[in-house]
Design a protein. Structure first.
Length: 322
């Protein structure tokens, strides 16, 4: 990937193009710059208008090339993990959860750092299609992209319509591509129309939350520790302490400085270090035993936290023990 400047755009309009001006979202898949365990691409009426369902792997602070597409990313399944991104407004941190919608404007390098394995539906539309899809003038669109991209958006109608677009594209009905293409126009218009409301949102007010009571923290930690190899869902942990999932995740982070997913992930890595040090169990078996999707995913997460690969850590531990 091409290294990008720390500020990807300026107030006057679109970012300077860093990357391939004719590339589309599949560019990230073709050059293997996007860490994924699975990706399925479907066309929406026009060959270069795509909807892609991606199972992401953790991304350790990566810059992605600018491409010609407007990308609308809708989180479908989430670990409620911490995300840091930069699409031209500096690095912003938030908790991703189902229904979270993120916009990356055309011709904008983007930075991503996340620790979970979300399933994300990416709607990617080349810039030449956008005036026709939205009914807006190109000059107006540039400013609207930037405003809509400033912060995460939550819109149930957009999420539901995007899911319907994806589902319709699985069938063989002759009208499905045209429905998908025009429905994308509706999605784009809904999102761009939200720009005024989104601009009024206060991040401070959105993020304000009371810390958890100490008994809830201890109960959550005990539950996650006892279920480390099973990797309990956040809704199960939240229910165990009598809170909604969203409130629990935000309050836990405010109390401990880590999201539940981060704490849980680090606990599993600690257990893996014990297994690597005390046993000769193959690394792949350690990864699967602790609930990682693959040995590659385990190795990526282990290195993020420990600074070494599992094999290097095991080798260094054995060497010092001798």
């Amino acid at each position: 990937m091409t290294a990008a400047p720390t500020s990807a755009s300026n107030a006057s309009g679109l970012a300077p193009l860093v990357g391939n001006p004719t590339a589309h979202f599949t560019h990230y898949l073709e050059n293997s710059s996007l860490p994924v365990s699975h990706a399925e691409v479907r066309q929406a009426g026009q060959n270069d208008v795509l909807v892609t369902l991606v199972s992401h792997l953790p991304s350790d602070g990566l810059w992605f090339d600018a491409i010609d597409d407007l990308i609308v990313s809708i989180v479908m399944k989430s670990d409620h993990s911490s995300v840091t991104r930069d699409v031209g407004f500096g690095k912003q941190q938030f908790i991703e959860r189902p229904g979270c919608i993120l916009i990356t404007p055309p011709r904008t390098p983007s930075y991503w750092d996340f620790h979970g394995n979300p399933n994300v539906l990416h709607l990617s539309v080349p810039s030449r299609h956008l005036p026709g899809l939205t009914g807006c003038d190109s000059d107006d669109l540039a400013a609207m992209y930037l405003e809509a991209a400033r912060r995460p958006i939550y819109d149930r109608l957009v999420s539901q319509l995007s899911s319907q677009i994806w589902a319709s594209m699985a069938g063989r009905e002759h009208h499905a591509p045209n429905f998908s293409y025009h429905a994308l126009g509706t999605v784009m218009s809904l999102l761009l129309a939200r720009k005024t409301r989104a601009a009024r949102q206060s991040p401070a007010a959105t993020n304000a939350v009371q810390p958890l009571a100490s008994w809830r923290v201890q109960r959550a930690l005990r539950y996650m520790s006892e279920s480390a190899t099973e990797r309990p869902l956040m809704r199960d942990v939240a229910e165990h302490v009598g809170l909604s999932t969203d409130h629990f995740v935000r309050a836990f982070a405010a109390t401990t400085g880590k999201t539940p997913f981060q704490w849980q992930s680090e606990a599993r890595i600690e257990e893996s270090k014990r297994l690597l040090a005390d046993t000769n169990v193959p690394i792949t078996e350690v990864a699967l035993y602790l609930g990682f999707a693959s040995s590659a995913h385990f190795a990526t997460r282990f290195k993020q936290i420990v600074g070494l690969t599992p094999s290097a850590w095991r080798s260094s531990f054995v060497a010092t023990r001798k």
